[in-house]
Write a protein that binds this ligand. Structure first.
Ligand code: SF4
Length: 325
Protein backbone atom coordinates (compact mmCIF):
# COMPACT_ATOMS: atom_id res chain seq x y z
CA UNK A 1 0.00 0.00 0.00
CA UNK A 2 1.07 3.59 -0.59
CA UNK A 3 1.00 5.10 2.91
CA UNK A 4 1.96 8.67 3.86
CA UNK A 5 3.83 9.74 7.00
CA UNK A 6 0.49 10.16 8.79
CA UNK A 7 -0.46 6.56 8.15
CA UNK A 8 -3.08 7.38 5.46
CA UNK A 9 -3.38 4.71 2.77
CA UNK A 10 -3.57 6.18 -0.75
CA UNK A 11 -5.95 4.08 -2.81
CA UNK A 12 -7.49 6.77 -5.02
CA UNK A 13 -5.62 8.15 -8.04
CA UNK A 14 -6.92 11.16 -9.96
CA UNK A 15 -5.41 11.35 -13.42
CA UNK A 16 -5.52 14.62 -15.34
CA UNK A 17 -5.40 13.61 -19.00
CA UNK A 18 -5.04 17.12 -20.47
CA UNK A 19 -4.71 20.82 -19.68
CA UNK A 20 -7.07 21.60 -22.54
CA UNK A 21 -10.78 22.30 -22.22
CA UNK A 22 -13.71 23.34 -24.37
CA UNK A 23 -14.90 25.75 -21.67
CA UNK A 24 -13.18 28.67 -19.95
CA UNK A 25 -14.68 28.66 -16.44
CA UNK A 26 -13.66 31.75 -14.49
CA UNK A 27 -12.74 29.86 -11.29
CA UNK A 28 -10.64 27.31 -13.18
CA UNK A 29 -9.01 28.80 -16.25
CA UNK A 30 -7.10 32.09 -15.86
CA UNK A 31 -8.51 34.88 -18.05
CA UNK A 32 -5.37 34.85 -20.18
CA UNK A 33 -5.67 31.07 -20.57
CA UNK A 34 -2.89 28.61 -19.70
CA UNK A 35 0.34 28.36 -21.62
CA UNK A 36 0.38 24.83 -22.90
CA UNK A 37 3.70 22.99 -22.72
CA UNK A 38 5.46 21.27 -25.63
CA UNK A 39 3.57 18.14 -26.70
CA UNK A 40 6.27 15.76 -25.51
CA UNK A 41 5.93 17.24 -22.02
CA UNK A 42 2.59 15.48 -21.67
CA UNK A 43 1.97 11.80 -20.97
CA UNK A 44 1.14 9.69 -23.99
CA UNK A 45 -1.73 7.21 -23.84
CA UNK A 46 0.71 4.36 -23.15
CA UNK A 47 2.42 6.31 -20.38
CA UNK A 48 -0.93 7.08 -18.71
CA UNK A 49 -1.81 3.38 -18.85
CA UNK A 50 1.55 2.12 -17.58
CA UNK A 51 1.73 4.61 -14.73
CA UNK A 52 -1.87 3.75 -13.80
CA UNK A 53 -0.85 0.05 -13.77
CA UNK A 54 2.05 0.96 -11.48
CA UNK A 55 -0.34 2.54 -8.96
CA UNK A 56 -2.95 -0.23 -9.23
CA UNK A 57 -0.23 -2.77 -8.46
CA UNK A 58 0.40 -0.83 -5.22
CA UNK A 59 -3.12 -0.72 -3.89
CA UNK A 60 -4.91 1.96 -5.87
CA UNK A 61 -8.46 0.67 -6.37
CA UNK A 62 -10.17 3.85 -7.55
CA UNK A 63 -9.19 5.96 -10.57
CA UNK A 64 -10.87 9.16 -11.68
CA UNK A 65 -10.14 10.66 -15.09
CA UNK A 66 -10.11 14.46 -15.09
CA UNK A 67 -8.59 17.27 -17.12
CA UNK A 68 -8.97 20.14 -18.17
CA UNK A 69 -11.77 18.32 -19.90
CA UNK A 70 -10.84 14.61 -20.21
CA UNK A 71 -13.15 14.07 -23.20
CA UNK A 72 -11.07 16.44 -25.38
CA UNK A 73 -7.96 14.27 -24.82
CA UNK A 74 -7.25 12.54 -28.15
CA UNK A 75 -6.54 9.18 -26.51
CA UNK A 76 -9.50 9.35 -24.10
CA UNK A 77 -11.19 6.16 -25.37
CA UNK A 78 -7.94 4.16 -25.41
CA UNK A 79 -7.19 5.16 -21.82
CA UNK A 80 -10.76 4.43 -20.79
CA UNK A 81 -10.68 0.97 -22.38
CA UNK A 82 -7.32 0.02 -20.84
CA UNK A 83 -8.06 1.29 -17.32
CA UNK A 84 -11.55 -0.21 -17.57
CA UNK A 85 -9.85 -3.63 -17.70
CA UNK A 86 -7.90 -2.97 -14.48
CA UNK A 87 -9.26 -3.98 -11.08
CA UNK A 88 -10.40 -0.47 -10.18
CA UNK A 89 -13.53 1.59 -9.67
CA UNK A 90 -13.29 3.86 -12.72
CA UNK A 91 -15.05 7.23 -12.82
CA UNK A 92 -14.68 10.58 -14.52
CA UNK A 93 -15.26 14.26 -14.02
CA UNK A 94 -16.47 16.15 -17.07
CA UNK A 95 -18.26 19.32 -18.09
CA UNK A 96 -20.75 17.10 -19.92
CA UNK A 97 -20.56 18.84 -23.30
CA UNK A 98 -19.13 15.91 -25.29
CA UNK A 99 -20.66 12.92 -23.50
CA UNK A 100 -23.00 12.16 -26.38
CA UNK A 101 -19.98 11.17 -28.49
CA UNK A 102 -18.58 8.72 -25.93
CA UNK A 103 -21.46 6.99 -24.11
CA UNK A 104 -20.76 3.61 -25.73
CA UNK A 105 -17.05 3.61 -24.73
CA UNK A 106 -17.84 4.94 -21.25
CA UNK A 107 -20.42 2.24 -20.58
CA UNK A 108 -18.28 -0.51 -22.15
CA UNK A 109 -15.37 0.48 -19.87
CA UNK A 110 -17.58 -0.12 -16.84
CA UNK A 111 -17.75 3.49 -15.64
CA UNK A 112 -20.60 3.54 -13.12
CA UNK A 113 -20.16 6.96 -11.56
CA UNK A 114 -19.80 10.32 -13.27
CA UNK A 115 -19.29 13.84 -11.92
CA UNK A 116 -20.68 16.58 -14.11
CA UNK A 117 -19.63 20.17 -13.39
CA UNK A 118 -22.52 22.64 -13.55
CA UNK A 119 -22.52 25.92 -11.63
CA UNK A 120 -25.75 27.53 -12.82
CA UNK A 121 -29.15 26.67 -14.29
CA UNK A 122 -29.38 30.07 -15.95
CA UNK A 123 -28.37 30.27 -19.64
CA UNK A 124 -26.95 33.80 -19.48
CA UNK A 125 -25.03 33.12 -16.29
CA UNK A 126 -23.72 29.86 -17.80
CA UNK A 127 -22.20 31.90 -20.62
CA UNK A 128 -20.68 34.34 -18.13
CA UNK A 129 -19.15 31.67 -15.90
CA UNK A 130 -17.90 29.39 -18.71
CA UNK A 131 -17.14 32.09 -21.24
CA UNK A 132 -18.90 29.71 -23.65
CA UNK A 133 -22.41 28.25 -24.02
CA UNK A 134 -24.06 24.83 -23.77
CA UNK A 135 -26.27 24.70 -20.67
CA UNK A 136 -28.94 22.66 -22.48
CA UNK A 137 -26.35 20.11 -23.63
CA UNK A 138 -25.07 19.66 -20.07
CA UNK A 139 -28.60 19.28 -18.66
CA UNK A 140 -29.34 16.72 -21.34
CA UNK A 141 -26.13 14.84 -20.48
CA UNK A 142 -27.26 14.60 -16.85
CA UNK A 143 -30.54 13.02 -17.96
CA UNK A 144 -28.71 10.68 -20.34
CA UNK A 145 -26.36 9.56 -17.58
CA UNK A 146 -29.35 8.78 -15.36
CA UNK A 147 -31.00 6.90 -18.23
CA UNK A 148 -27.87 4.72 -18.49
CA UNK A 149 -28.10 4.00 -14.76
CA UNK A 150 -24.95 5.85 -13.77
CA UNK A 151 -24.45 7.40 -10.34
CA UNK A 152 -24.52 11.12 -11.13
CA UNK A 153 -22.90 13.80 -9.00
CA UNK A 154 -23.29 17.42 -10.02
CA UNK A 155 -20.39 19.62 -8.87
CA UNK A 156 -21.41 23.23 -8.18
CA UNK A 157 -18.67 25.70 -7.26
CA UNK A 158 -20.52 28.31 -5.20
CA UNK A 159 -19.26 31.89 -5.52
CA UNK A 160 -20.79 34.77 -3.60
CA UNK A 161 -22.68 37.15 -5.86
CA UNK A 162 -22.39 34.77 -8.81
CA UNK A 163 -24.53 31.68 -8.20
CA UNK A 164 -25.27 31.55 -4.46
CA UNK A 165 -28.82 32.66 -5.38
CA UNK A 166 -29.35 29.28 -7.07
CA UNK A 167 -28.59 26.97 -4.13
CA UNK A 168 -32.29 26.17 -3.61
CA UNK A 169 -32.83 25.62 -7.35
CA UNK A 170 -30.12 22.98 -7.36
CA UNK A 171 -31.56 21.32 -4.25
CA UNK A 172 -34.95 21.27 -5.99
CA UNK A 173 -33.26 19.47 -8.91
CA UNK A 174 -32.10 16.75 -6.48
CA UNK A 175 -35.64 16.55 -5.19
CA UNK A 176 -36.98 15.41 -8.56
CA UNK A 177 -33.92 13.53 -9.91
CA UNK A 178 -31.76 10.80 -8.29
CA UNK A 179 -28.65 12.95 -8.47
CA UNK A 180 -26.18 14.08 -5.81
CA UNK A 181 -25.65 17.83 -5.84
CA UNK A 182 -22.31 18.79 -4.29
CA UNK A 183 -21.83 22.41 -3.36
CA UNK A 184 -18.10 23.17 -3.42
CA UNK A 185 -16.57 26.05 -1.47
CA UNK A 186 -14.63 28.33 -3.81
CA UNK A 187 -10.91 27.48 -3.55
CA UNK A 188 -7.78 29.49 -4.41
CA UNK A 189 -5.91 28.44 -7.56
CA UNK A 190 -3.52 30.30 -9.78
CA UNK A 191 -5.29 32.97 -11.82
CA UNK A 192 -8.83 32.55 -10.44
CA UNK A 193 -8.99 35.84 -8.53
CA UNK A 194 -9.96 34.03 -5.33
CA UNK A 195 -10.88 36.07 -2.23
CA UNK A 196 -12.36 35.07 1.10
CA UNK A 197 -15.21 37.52 0.45
CA UNK A 198 -16.29 35.35 -2.50
CA UNK A 199 -16.41 32.13 -0.44
CA UNK A 200 -19.86 30.85 0.57
CA UNK A 201 -19.15 28.54 3.49
CA UNK A 202 -20.74 25.14 3.98
CA UNK A 203 -22.50 26.59 7.01
CA UNK A 204 -24.00 29.39 4.89
CA UNK A 205 -25.05 26.92 2.17
CA UNK A 206 -26.80 24.64 4.68
CA UNK A 207 -28.31 27.70 6.33
CA UNK A 208 -29.78 28.74 3.01
CA UNK A 209 -31.25 25.28 2.50
CA UNK A 210 -32.75 25.31 6.00
CA UNK A 211 -34.77 28.38 5.03
CA UNK A 212 -36.76 26.17 2.64
CA UNK A 213 -36.48 22.69 4.14
CA UNK A 214 -37.37 21.87 7.73
CA UNK A 215 -34.07 21.08 9.48
CA UNK A 216 -35.61 18.23 11.45
CA UNK A 217 -36.42 16.43 8.21
CA UNK A 218 -32.92 16.88 6.77
CA UNK A 219 -31.03 13.61 7.20
CA UNK A 220 -27.24 13.38 7.23
CA UNK A 221 -26.19 10.48 5.03
CA UNK A 222 -23.52 7.98 6.06
CA UNK A 223 -20.00 8.70 4.86
CA UNK A 224 -16.86 6.60 4.81
CA UNK A 225 -13.53 7.66 6.32
CA UNK A 226 -12.25 8.91 2.98
CA UNK A 227 -15.24 11.18 2.46
CA UNK A 228 -14.98 14.43 0.55
CA UNK A 229 -18.59 15.60 0.63
CA UNK A 230 -20.90 15.77 3.64
CA UNK A 231 -24.18 14.61 2.12
CA UNK A 232 -27.77 15.04 3.20
CA UNK A 233 -31.21 14.13 1.97
CA UNK A 234 -34.70 15.25 2.73
CA UNK A 235 -37.97 13.43 3.18
CA UNK A 236 -39.28 12.43 -0.28
CA UNK A 237 -36.12 13.57 -2.10
CA UNK A 238 -34.98 11.30 -4.95
CA UNK A 239 -31.40 12.50 -4.74
CA UNK A 240 -29.22 14.24 -2.19
CA UNK A 241 -27.20 17.40 -1.64
CA UNK A 242 -23.85 17.85 -0.01
CA UNK A 243 -21.13 20.34 0.82
CA UNK A 244 -17.41 20.10 0.12
CA UNK A 245 -16.00 22.38 2.81
CA UNK A 246 -12.28 22.50 1.99
CA UNK A 247 -11.90 26.12 3.07
CA UNK A 248 -13.91 26.20 6.28
CA UNK A 249 -13.99 22.61 7.55
CA UNK A 250 -11.40 20.43 5.87
CA UNK A 251 -11.61 16.64 5.67
CA UNK A 252 -7.93 15.84 5.30
CA UNK A 253 -7.79 13.27 8.09
CA UNK A 254 -9.08 10.55 5.81
CA UNK A 255 -7.39 11.72 2.62
CA UNK A 256 -6.57 8.79 0.32
CA UNK A 257 -5.98 10.88 -2.80
CA UNK A 258 -2.96 11.34 -4.97
CA UNK A 259 -3.00 13.28 -8.22
CA UNK A 260 -1.17 12.66 -11.48
CA UNK A 261 -1.00 15.73 -13.70
CA UNK A 262 -1.15 15.62 -17.50
CA UNK A 263 2.59 16.34 -17.62
CA UNK A 264 3.30 13.32 -15.41
CA UNK A 265 3.92 14.98 -12.05
CA UNK A 266 2.38 13.72 -8.82
CA UNK A 267 0.80 16.08 -6.31
CA UNK A 268 0.37 14.47 -2.89
CA UNK A 269 -2.30 17.10 -2.16
CA UNK A 270 -4.57 19.39 -4.19
CA UNK A 271 -2.90 22.44 -2.62
CA UNK A 272 0.74 21.49 -2.46
CA UNK A 273 3.26 23.31 -4.61
CA UNK A 274 5.75 20.49 -4.04
CA UNK A 275 5.30 18.21 -7.02
CA UNK A 276 7.33 15.18 -8.05
CA UNK A 277 8.13 14.57 -11.71
CA UNK A 278 7.46 10.90 -12.49
CA UNK A 279 7.43 11.15 -16.28
CA UNK A 280 11.09 12.02 -16.89
CA UNK A 281 12.51 9.14 -14.79
CA UNK A 282 9.78 6.85 -16.11
CA UNK A 283 10.91 7.59 -19.66
CA UNK A 284 14.49 6.80 -18.59
CA UNK A 285 13.24 3.39 -17.42
CA UNK A 286 13.97 4.21 -13.77
CA UNK A 287 11.99 2.83 -10.81
CA UNK A 288 9.47 5.51 -9.84
CA UNK A 289 8.45 3.89 -6.54
CA UNK A 290 11.07 5.75 -4.42
CA UNK A 291 9.77 9.03 -5.86
CA UNK A 292 6.18 8.21 -4.99
CA UNK A 293 7.20 7.14 -1.49
CA UNK A 294 9.27 10.30 -1.07
CA UNK A 295 6.26 12.40 -2.10
CA UNK A 296 3.98 10.65 0.40
CA UNK A 297 6.56 10.90 3.16
CA UNK A 298 6.47 14.66 2.62
CA UNK A 299 2.71 15.02 2.51
CA UNK A 300 1.35 17.58 4.94
CA UNK A 301 -1.43 16.49 7.30
CA UNK A 302 -3.74 19.22 6.05
CA UNK A 303 -4.27 21.40 2.97
CA UNK A 304 -0.77 20.87 1.65
CA UNK A 305 0.55 22.87 4.59
CA UNK A 306 -1.28 25.95 3.33
CA UNK A 307 -2.77 28.42 5.82
CA UNK A 308 -5.78 29.79 3.95
CA UNK A 309 -5.76 32.81 6.24
CA UNK A 310 -2.29 33.65 4.92
CA UNK A 311 -1.96 32.80 1.24
CA UNK A 312 1.71 33.75 1.24
CA UNK A 313 2.13 30.16 2.45
CA UNK A 314 1.04 29.08 -1.01
CA UNK A 315 3.79 28.67 -3.63
CA UNK A 316 4.23 27.30 -7.15
CA UNK A 317 0.52 26.80 -7.32
CA UNK A 318 -1.11 25.69 -10.55
CA UNK A 319 -4.40 26.80 -11.99
CA UNK A 320 -7.24 24.34 -11.47
CA UNK A 321 -7.24 23.40 -15.15
CA UNK A 322 -3.77 21.91 -14.88
CA UNK A 323 -4.58 19.92 -11.72
CA UNK A 324 -8.01 18.52 -12.52
CA UNK A 325 -9.60 19.10 -9.13
S1 SF4 B 1 -6.63 19.35 0.89
FE1 SF4 B 1 -5.03 17.88 0.38
S2 SF4 B 1 -4.82 16.57 2.17
FE2 SF4 B 1 -6.75 17.66 2.34
S3 SF4 B 1 -8.26 16.29 1.48
FE3 SF4 B 1 -7.61 17.65 -0.18
S4 SF4 B 1 -5.93 16.59 -1.18
FE4 SF4 B 1 -6.25 15.59 0.79
Amino acid sequence: MLVDKHGREHSYLRISLTEKCNLRCTYCMPEEGVILKKNNSYMTVDEVIHIAEFFVARGVNKIRLTGGEPLVFKGFEDVLKAIGKMDVDLSLTTNGLLLNKFWESILKAGVNSINISLDTLNEEKFKRITRRGGLDVVLNSIDQALKYGLKVKVNVVVIKGVNDDEILDFVKMAYSKPISIRFIEFMPFDGNKWQWEKVVSAKEILGKIATEYDVKDIVALDRDRNYISRDYSYWGMKGSFGVISTMTDSFCGGCNRIRLTADGHIKNCLFTGDETDLLTPFRRGEDILPLVEYSLMNKHLKNGGIDFQDLSTMHDHRSMISIGG
